[in-house]
Design a protein around this ligand. Structure first.
Ligand SMILES: [Fe+2]
Length: 164
């Protein structure tokens, strides 16, 4: 599902009023992409519920790969955003928010916790930080390691010992 990023870009360009005919047409593209999202949110749960664990794993990896490619695509458009007067970081935040909202809607339809998207959210955030040069890879690796360590520590603390 990549439509949320497309919708974000279409809306930004439309709101910029950069070119009247293009901006008028973009409204139709937005509606079309919104229909694709609705189809995905309504139809994908049925498909996903019939998947095996390996198929679910590969679907997750595929979606992650698509989202990482989206970050690369947004990075490639960085100069164009600047020409149009958009702040690249803001564009990314808006696109990411819409994308994750769509994933969460899909999760709701599946009846799973929004927490299921947390690893994907963290990986995309790290990819964005690396692509846009906001953080060094060492800092990102350290932050992720500390998150995993703290979660593991939390699990150990909350697990009753054999003596209890
Ligand atoms: Fe689409």
């Amino acid at each position: 599902m990549v439509e949320p990023v497309a919708i974000t870009l279409f809306r930004l360009v439309r709101n910029s009023e950069v070119e009247p005919v293009l901006c008028e047409l973009l409204e139709y593209y937005e509606k079309d992409e919104a229909r694709h999202i609705a189809l995905g949110v309504q139809y994908l749960p049925t498909l996903i519920q019939n998947m095996s664990y390996p198929e679910l794993f590969f679907l997750f990896i595929w979606q992650l790969k698509v989202m990482i490619t989206e970050v690369d695509g947004l990075k490639e458009l960085e100069k164009d955003f600047e020409v149009l007067g958009f702040e690249p970081d803001e564009v990314f935040k808006m696109a990411e928010k819409k994308q994750l909202e769509a994933m969460e809607m899909l999760g709701e339809e599946l009846g799973v916790s929004p927490a299921i998207w947390q690893p994907m959210r963290r990986i995309i955030s790290a990819k964005k930080d690396m692509s846009f040069g906001n953080e060094s890879i060492v800092k990102i690796a350290y932050d992720i390691s500390m998150e995993i360590f703290n979660k593991a520590k939390g699990l150990l603390v909350s697990t009753p010992s054999l003596e209890d």
